[in-house]
Design a protein around this ligand. Structure first.
Ligand SMILES: NC(=O)c1ccc[n+]([C@@H]2O[C@H](COP(=O)([O-])OP(=O)(O)OC[C@H]3O[C@@H](n4cnc5c(N)ncnc54)[C@H](O)[C@@H]3O)[C@@H](O)[C@H]2O)c1
Length: 327
């Protein structure tokens, strides 16, 4: 029996010294935007009254309808950035726990707009390159640049390695690895033309150490770190940075769901409180599952001037867990 069959089913099924004018001109030439799109971007910029370290900049965040993606989008919006939020916002039938909904996506958009910045929501699948390309093109046509690309969308899978069938392997690899590759592919031509940009790829503590419980998921997260380093090498001379962020145990619906709570300890179904106690025991610092805003804070730093020379690196928000790893 596959791990999926075992699981309960879910209920529904710069630092470049480039001016904004240069960015627009260079980007439009590079990606072939029509003059109308440029006019629209100029108009959106003229209306932008935001302040903050990211005022006038634009972020693209995948998996932003809820959880860590939403926290990253909100952290950058709090710094004044306009945001394009991208999320599938509907159930993928073979994912054994509920994904975000269209309401979640609309709610996130409203929360970001309430911060006084522009927000475009796009319902799309990171497995679809054209959908991601169209979304980053909207960032340019509406806001005039693409400064930050946060490749965050992902799903989890728990169970013994031998229990995953072909479809389950493809699903997690297509979303967690190929989906992130497609985000990088969509953002690369724009950032290269701009001569600036920050990419942040969401990995995991399971991308830093092996995981018996999450073996295929862990493999995708190790791969994301390889992709971050390769992207940093490929785009460094274009003044584009790329780093990976590794959360440990974050309180989101990726972990707080029946599928995970009933599988994390064989033969036992945990309450969230029991799971959280276990997380407290695992973390070195005195915290259980922590809030996604902690990852938003890290991403906000990595997009800032203080991180201008950090690229090809891996940032663990590990609550001390990494103190146990070799240097
Ligand atoms: N929660 C944790 O403890 C934890 C730990 C380490 C790493 N991560 C990683 O952080 C990222 C975000 O996780 P989260 O905890 O916020 O999970 P989450 O399930 O709350 O959010 C993930 C979001 O991605 C969206 N999504 C899923 N598949 C998609 C697809 N094919 N196309 C577009 N959108 C899609 C979902 O709808 C959801 O809104 C993931 O990559 C995850 O692997 C999470």
């Amino acid at each position: 029996m596959s791990n999926r069959e075992n699981a309960p089913r879910n209920h529904q099924t710069e630092t470049a010294k480039t001016t904004r004018r240069d960015v627009l001109a260079g980007t439009a030439a590079g990606i072939g935007l029509a003059a109308g799109a440029l006019a629209s971007a100029s108009s959106a910029m003229a209306q932008s009254q935001t302040t903050g370290e990211y005022a006038g900049k634009t972020a693209f965040v995948t998996g932003a309808a809820r959880g860590i993606g939403r926290a990253c989008a909100e952290a950058l919006a709090a710094g004044g950035a306009n945001v394009v939020i991208f999320d599938i916002a509907e159930q993928i039938p073979d994912v054994p726990y509920p994904l975000a909904t269209a309401e979640d996506l609309a709610d996130t958009k409203a929360a970001i707009e309430a911060m006084g910045v522009g927000c475009i929501s796009v319902q799309g699948d990171v497995r679809d390159f054209e959908a991601q390309k169209s979304a980053v093109d909207q960032a340019i046509s509406e806001f005039g640049s693409l400064d930050f690309a946060i490749a965050n969308a992902g799903i989890t899978q728990i169970g013994a390695l031998e229990g995953f069938d072909e479809a389950e392997l493809s699903l997690v690899i297509d979303i967690n690895l190929k989906g992130v590759i497609k985000t990088v592919q969509a953002a690369t031509p724009i950032m290269r033309e701009q001569g600036s940009g920050r990419m942040i790829l969401m990995s995991s503590v399971t991308g830093r150490a092996g995981s018996a419980n999450f073996p295929v998921y862990s493999a995708t997260k190790w791969a994301v770190i390889g992709l971050a380093k390769s992207t940093a090498l490929a785009l460094g001379k274009s003044n584009v940075t790329c780093n990976a962020v590794c959360p440990t145990l974050v309180h989101t619906k990726l972990l707080d769901n029946d599928y995970i709570l009933s599988s994390i300890v064989p033969g036992q179904s945990l309450t969230f409180e029991q799971f959280n106690e276990g997380a407290k025991g695992r973390h070195i610092l005195p915290v259980g599952l922590y809030e996604p805003s902690r990852i938003g804070d890290c991403v906000r730093f990595l997009c800032g001037e203080g991180a201008a020379l950090i690229s090809g690196d891996v940032f663990d928000v590990g609550a001390g867990l990494n103190a146990q790893f070799p240097a």
